[in-house]
Design a protein around this ligand. Sequence first.
Ligand code: NAD
Length: 260
Amino acid sequence: MTNTYYKNKTVLITGGAQGIGLGMAQAFAREGANVVITDADKEAGNEAVERLQKEKLKVEFIPCDISQEHEVVALLAKVGEKYKQLDVLVNNAGIADPFMGDLEEMLMSEFDRILAVNLRGPVLCTKYALPLLRKATHPAILNISSTRAFMSEPNTFAYSASKGGLQALTHSLAISLAEDRIRVNAIAPGWIETGEWQKKSDKYKPQHTKEDKEQHPVGRVGTPEDIAEAALFLCSDKAGFITGQSITIDGGITVKMIYV
Ligand SMILES: NC(=O)c1ccc[n+]([C@@H]2O[C@H](COP(=O)([O-])OP(=O)(O)OC[C@H]3O[C@@H](n4cnc5c(N)ncnc54)[C@H](O)[C@@H]3O)[C@@H](O)[C@H]2O)c1
């Protein structure tokens, strides 16, 4: 992207301390936005701010577990106190590991936890961000879903269900918030490599096999930058006629027909 659209706009990114969220935080901040990163991992949040402030970007970290209503209320109160309005909310935080045991072994508490973070969390953040979003001129919400909302590997029940719910939530919110002129869209990422975007203690150098890359029609695995570029577009006035939609960003893997 790069124009002046985001200059001095306020962008709140949940789960922005690492991975795709951090990639988006960097991208919005490089466009001139005030970026508030929120995350349950304080160590990662502080490191993320340190990393981005080296570029003199306008970022701050406010810790919050998005599954806890009182923490979300406190988060939005702090954002409101400092910035008065919110231009963009990115519901990105999630328990990103999709795998669990088989259905008979699965603990329902584990299922509930994933739904509480990946689906209920975005509902809570949106609910309490609304008064601040309404004060913005062109408010936008972006939900980070997954291609696993549409297709599955075995034993990914909670994750897939949470992301399917997030897809449905996206069109439901788009219609419900239309009277406030708040646009709501989603990105469904495929395989995005986040090794270089983790906190120092979890960082790793990604190594992808030829098969990893070549199973993707574009010949590679995705990056946080791939998602960030689309996020900048979807939340800007250039996407002013787009709401209730989801863009799949997966290097083409979900449209590939496989006959063995
Ligand atoms: N990486 C991929 O291949 C991929 C693919 C599809 C979808 N996604 C989705 O993209 C989003 C980001 O994934 P990622 O790969 O960057 O993961 P990540 O684990 O690198 O980052 C997720 C961040 O969310 C935070 N978080 C987790 N639970 C939280 C909570 N309760 N409250 C606040 N913060 C919390 C984590 O601390 C972490 O910093 C997730 O919603 C994930 O499901 C990722």
